[in-house]
Design a protein around this ligand. Structure first.
Ligand code: NAD
Length: 476
């Protein structure tokens, strides 16, 4: 396939210049998927100024007009869904079926926020003082910087952008340099939909461009999704601004003796290995009570070994390659570390396929406890540890023994344990008899502890981050 060149989009124009960086298909390293022109800092600054210049008109536009534009973007995403899915599958390695689902969800999210745009609420209060009325207004935060990771190349850009625009903000986005295609196509869809110049700007580049963006004095708010290390840097660089950070996880899935075995194995397979484990909500610690442990591990090992790992464009593929050589090497290192720490490691090897790519065999580790390094650090690959617990209380204590707090799950047929778990798991997302990784877009998304900082994303709760409150007193 021909190589396309991708440029940044600022003030309604594609930007010439920058440093060319080629990306290759992780399913087939001979396939060059695109050349991205990384923007210099001047272009980042121009993008922020363009967003600043567009802000008054955009926030002043009446809600119905904003809503129609967002709806038009949803239409455009539906029209270009196949192109988007193919680009994501080639660039990031996600199986085409999953990439198509991601593209569809991006459209659904814009549709949802098209209607949120006309549901902007304020409050009126009686004053405690005679002759005074009180209004509490919501106003756009201003120019927002959106910095996104590579694992969901279009849906994360979509859920941040749709919310930001619905509530009257203007945007500068810096997508991941590892898989920017989804954000780039989204920018092009917005251009086609007639979004006014400067309302959405896209800067291509790596951490340097991101650092310049988040620290810019005209940026009022920064919404970031990515690793804990980058999140901490951004928190320091953007001190004084509104900050929303969605970061990593080390998510537990508890399986109790009374669980339905088929359900529990299906939850573990989905949570740990689908999307090559490259989900922040992946179940990377599977905590199993003693009575079901042997039967569960036997079934899980058999199912894991049967997962079809292959080229992202091959219909039979269930798990694609991992995203790049760095991630592949990281997965391999953690498998080796698990062995050194005394674990029994199934899988975790390089797989050879007809095309040369980053094919990593799903890796299941048994025989370790929760103090092992591989149980404490996020791997972000098809890699999970099965831990043993005496009973529910012990399993919950292990589950909560982590600095992270994004997602957690419980497989049980007991109402008593399900009720207790809902109240006592420490994560922001909790799943019972379903995968830790399945989420809806119309309800809050986010975690606790080291996983997240700031207000939740998604659904109507996104308004908390993307608006500021003003309390107005009106004398009679
Ligand atoms: P990353 O932190 O390496 O990069 C994320 C983004 O930050 C990229 O766009 C990158 O260019 C940019 N960046 C890097 N340095 C920067 C700096 N100094 N200033 C500003 N921007 C900078 O993360 P990644 O490898 O792309 O993504 C994987 C991580 O993302 C995992 O830890 C995963 O758990 C996390 N993640 C979290 C969620 C969530 O919602 N909690 C969702 C998806 C992924």
């Amino acid at each position: 396939m021909a190589t396309q060149q991708y440029r940044s989009f600022v003030a309604g124009q594609w930007q010439d210049g920058g440093e060319p960086v080629a990306l290759y298909n992780p399913s087939d390293l001979q396939d060059e998927v695109g050349v991205y022109m990384h923007a210099p800092v001047e272009v980042v600054n121009q993008a922020v100024r363009a967003a600043e210049a567009a802000l008054d008109a955009w926030r002043g536009l009446h809600a119905m007009a904003r809503s129609r534009l967002l709806d038009g973007i949803a239409d455009g995403l539906v029209r270009r869904r196949d192109e988007l899915a193919l680009a994501i599958a080639r660039e990031q390695g996600k199986p085409l079926r999953d990439a198509l689902a991601e593209a569809t969800r991006a459209a659904d999210i814009f549709r949802y926020f098209a209607s949120e745009a006309i549901r902007q609420k304020g409050y009126t209060y009686a004053s405690i003082r005679p002759g005074v009325r009180v209004e509490v207004q919501r106003n756009p935060a201003g120019v927002v910087a959106l910095v996104t990771p590579w694992n969901f190349p279009v849906v994360i850009p979509a859920w941040k952008t749709a919310a930001a625009l619905a509530y009257g903000n203007t945007v500068v986005m810096k997508p991941s340099e590892i898989a920017p295609c989804g954000a780039w196509i989204l920018a092009d869809v917005m251009r086609e939909a007639g979004l006014p110049a400067g309302v959405f700007n896209l800067v291509l580049g790596a951490g340097q461009a991101g650092a310049a963006l988040v620290a810019h004095e005209a940026v009022a708010a920064v919404s970031f999704t990515g690793s804990v290390a980058t999140g901490k840097r951004i928190a320091a660089a953007a001190a004084g601004k509104r900050i929303q950070l969605e970061m990593g996880g080390k998510n537990p899935l508890i399986v109790l003796d009374d669980a339905d075995l088929d359900t529990a194995v299906a939850c573990a397979i989905d949570g740990a290995f689908l999307y090559a484990g490259q989900r922040c909500t992946a179940s990377s610690r599977i905590i199993v009570t003693e009575g079901i442990h042997a039967a569960f591990v036997e079934r899980l090992l058999a199912r894991t070994a049967s997962l079809a790992v292959g080229h992202a464009l091959d219909e039979a593929t269930v798990i694609g390659p991992v995203v790049n050589a760095e991630q592949f090497e990281k997965n391999r290192r953690y498998a080796e570390l698990a062995r050194q720490e005394g674990g029994t490691v199934a899988g975790g090897r390089a797989l050879s396929r007809p095309t040369r790519g980053h094919y990593f065999e799903p890796c299941l580790v048994t025989g370790l406890d929760n103090s092992a390094t591989v149980c404490r650090e996020e791997v972000f690959g098809p890699f999970a540890c099965v831990l043993t617990a005496r009973d529910y209380e012990h399993a919950l204590a292990i589950a909560n023994d982590t600095p992270f707090g994004l997602s957690s799950g419980l497989c049980t047929t007991s109402m008593k344990y399900a009720q207790h778990f809902k109240a006592h798991t420490k994560s922001g997302l909790a799943s019972i008899n379903t995968s830790t990784s399945g989420v809806d877009f119309h309800v809050p998304f986010g975690g606790n502890g080291a996983s997240s900082y700031g207000p939740r994303e998604q659904g109507e709760f996104a308004i908390e981050f993307f608006t500021t409150l003003r309390t107005v007193y009106i004398g009679d």
